[in-house]
Write a protein that binds this ligand. Sequence first.
Ligand SMILES: *Cc1c(COP(=O)(O)O)cnc(C)c1O
Length: 219
Amino acid sequence: MSTIAENRNKIISEIGPNVTLVAVSKFKTPAQILEAYDAGHRDFGENRVQELVAKAESLPKDIRWHMIGHLQTNKVKYIVPFVHLIHSIDSEKLLAEVQKQAAKIGRKTDVLLQIHIAAEETKFGLYEEECLVLAEKIRRGHFPNIRLRGLMGMATNTDDTARIRSEFQRLKSLFDRLSVLYPNQIFNTLSMGMSSDYTIALECGSTMIRVGSAIFGSR
Ligand SMILES: *Cc1c(COP(=O)(O)O)cnc(C)c1O
């Protein structure tokens, strides 16, 4: 078995059946993606629209493509027709564009709101108050072609595991607050945890981890 398949299978056995592993395949070749695919993997994440579209065209059609990176409004139209889940909704303007493009083709698009939990100013994401306002607008039907599935966040890039844990705990408690408002099983996805911190994320209640280098090797 290939190393990629072995790495993937090992993580799948660690996380169990109730957590989804998104294999982050950015900068990796279609051949490398197929090694994971042949081991049974179907959920793949990309952070750039151009690369996502090119790979979706050339790879098997039963792959579920996740958009995990910062998304520009002018590129939304290229991914809405096929994307499985957009993790990175970080503004109302972006959500409005996804709504517009999804309505155009009569599709409902699944999204997560990306929350700013890290100390770094450079990371994207909504602040908690903005998230609550936007979630309420979705709940009231302002975005009829959007299905709000949950939240996504990235912890600070640090060796301080206590800090990472407290950031994930904050995201989990916001997720729990919103779950009360969406009691219909649709709001069920908490995307947090990457190669370096997914073990902590799982302890804090993650339902979806986004793992690149621990599967495909370093970039
Ligand atoms: C690249 C990336 C990941 C995966 O990072 P690794 O450290 O390689 O596991 C996860 N989430 C986002 C948003 C990314 O851009």
